[in-house]
Design a protein around this ligand. Structure first.
Ligand code: GCO
Ligand code: MN
Ligand code: MN
Length: 389
C-alpha cells in the first residue's frame, strides 16, 4: 500500500505520443513557449519515468519532405533509442491535418486527388508503423468536417471515408501487418463541425465497413466531454461492444475547446470510475494524449508526464479500496437486491413467458417505496477519493 503503488512501471503499459510531451505550447493565439525535444530524448526520458512506449504520427518522426535517405537515417536512430531503452511503439497514426493540402479534409476532401494523396500518405505511414512494431493504427480525422454545409453533402463524406477505410483494411491484410484500426471522434476543432463527432457515432459507422471486425474505437476523455458526455459511459459502451481498441487519456474543463490537460487534473470522480472499469476490462495501452501547460519549460513537461501516470495509479489504488470496502459492497448488494424476492432472469422470449409476465402481480407502490441508499454510497466514494476513509 506504500508509495511504490504509485510508481509507474512498463507492465502498466503507459504510453505517450511524441506529439504530447513534444508539444511546444503553441495555441491559436500564441507561439511556442519552449524548444522542441527530439524523439530520441523523449524515448529516453519517458523510459526513465517508467513508461512502456511511445506512439507517433508519421511526421512526428519523419518530416513530410524528407528524402528516402533522411527517412532511413531518422528511423534507424529512433529504433536504436527504442532498443537501448526497451521502449515499444504500440500505436501509429497519420498526420492528415497539419499540411495545408488538407485544408478541406483528407479522406473526405471534395477533390478526388487530395483523397488519393491522403490514402498514399496513410499507406506509407502504415509501413513506418509496422516497421516500428505497431499493431494499433489510429484514425483521427481532424480536418474531416465542414463549416459550409452548402459545399458538401455529409452522405458523400461518409461514403468517401468508408471507401478509404475499406481500402486501408485490405492494404493491412495484403501486407500482413495485422493492424487493428481505432477510430477517434471529436465534435469540432479544428473544423466547425467534424463528421462522426462522437464515439457512439463511430460505433454506428464501423458496423457499415467491409472489415468491421478489424475496426474499433479510440475514445478521448476531452473529446467526449466537449460534447457534454459522460466519458465513463462512453467507454463502457465501447467495451461492451468489444470495440475498445485504444484509449486517449487526458482531462478537460467542461464542454469548450479541446484542452488535452494532464490526466486526472480535473474530472476526478468520472476518471476514478473510468480507471476502475479499465482495470477490470481492458488490457491495451494506457495512452496519454495530453500536453503540459504552455507556461512550463522542459522540466515541467517531465513533471506533467509523471503526473499523468501517477494520477492513473492513484485512481487504480482508490478503485481497489472501493472494491474491498465492506460497507460499499453491502450497499451495492442491497441496491441490486430489489424487493428481496427471487426473480428469474428474463432470458429469451416465448409467448408463454410474455403472457405470464402480463399477468404477474407487481405492486407499484411497494416498488416505489424501496429506499435507495445512493447518498450514502456516493459520500463513501467521495470519502475514498478525498483520502479520509
Ligand atoms: C486532438 C487529437 C489528436 C489525435 C492525434 C492522433 O487532441 O485533437 O486527440 O491528438 O489523437 O492526432 O491522431
Ligand atoms: Mn484532444
Ligand atoms: Mn487524441
Amino acid at each position: 500500500m506504500g508509495n511504490d503503488n504509485y510508481k509507474p512501471k512498463p507492465e502498466h503499459k503507459f504510453t505517450f505520443g511524441l506529439w504530447t510531451v513534444g508539444n511546444r505550447g503553441r495555441d491559436p493565439f500564441g507561439d511556442a513557449t519552449r524548444p522542441s525535444i527530439s524523439p530520441v530524448t523523449i524515448v529516453k526520458r519517458l523510459s526513465e519515468l517508467g513508461a512502456y512506449g511511445v506512439n507517433l504520427h508519421d511526421n512526428d518522426l519523419v518530416p513530410i519532405d524528407a528524402t528516402a535517405a533522411e527517412r532511413d537515417r531518422i528511423v534507424r536512430e529512433f529504433k536504436q533509442a527504442l532498443d537501448d531503452s526497451g521502449m515499444k511503439v504500440p500505436m501509429a497514426t497519420t498526420n492528415l491535418f497539419y499540411d495545408p493540402v488538407f485544408k478541406d479534409g483528407a479522406f473526405t476532401s471534395s477533390d478526388p486527388r487530395v483523397r488519393l494523396y491522403a490514402l498514399q500518405k496513410t499507406m506509407r505511414s502504415m509501413d513506418l508503423g509496422a516497421e516500428l512494431g505497431a499493431r494499433i493504427y489510429v484514425f483521427w480525422g481532424g480536418r474531416e468536417g465542414a463549416e459550409v454545409d452548402a459545399a458538401k453533402d455529409p452522405r458523400d463524406a461518409l461514403k468517401w471515408n468508408r471507401e478509404a477505410l475499406n481500402f486501408l483494411c485490405e492494404y493491412s491484410i495484403d501486407q500482413g501487418y495485422d493492424y487493428r484500426f481505432a477510430l477517434e471522434a471529436k465534435p469540432n476543432e479544428p473544423r466547425g463541425d467534424i463528421y462522426l463527432p462522437t464515439t457512439g457515432a463511430m460505433l454506428g459507422f464501423i458496423a457499415t465497413l467491409d472489415h468491421a471486425d478489424m475496426v474499433g474505437v479510440n475514445p478521448e476523455v476531452g473529446h467526449e466531454q466537449m460534447s457534454g458526455l459522460n466519458f465513463y459511459h462512453v467507454v463502457a459502451q465501447a467495451i461492451e461492444a468489444g470495440k475498445l481498441f485504444h484509449i486517449d487519456l487526458n482531462d478537460q474543463k467542461g464542454p469548450r475547446f479541446d484542452q488535452d490537460l494532464r490526466f486526472g487534473s480535473e474530472s476526478i470522480k468520472n476518471l476514478f470510475f473510468l480507471v476502475r472499469l479499465l482495470e477490470s476490462s481492458y488490457d491495451g495501452p494506457r495512452h496519454f494524449d495530453a500536453h503540459s501547460y504552455r507556461s512550463e519549460n522542459e522540466e515541467g513537461v517531465w513533471e506533467f508526464a509523471a503526473g499523468c501516470m501517477r494520477n492513473y495509479l492513484i485512481l487504480k489504488e482508490k478503485a481497489r479500496q472501493f472494491d474491498e470496502d465492506k460497507e460499499i459492497q453491502a450497499l451495492l448488494a442491497e441496491i441490486r437486491n430489489g424487493s428481496g424476492e427471487e426473480v428469474e432472469p428474463l432470458g429469451a422470449y416465448s409467448r408463454e413467458k410474455a403472457n405470464n409476465l402480463k399477468e404477474l402481480s407487481l405492486d407499484r407502490a411497494a416498488l416505489t417505496s424501496k429506499p435507495l441508499p445512493y447518498e450514502r454510497l456516493d459520500q463513501l466514494t467521495v470519502d475514498i477519493l478525498f483520502g479520509v476513509r
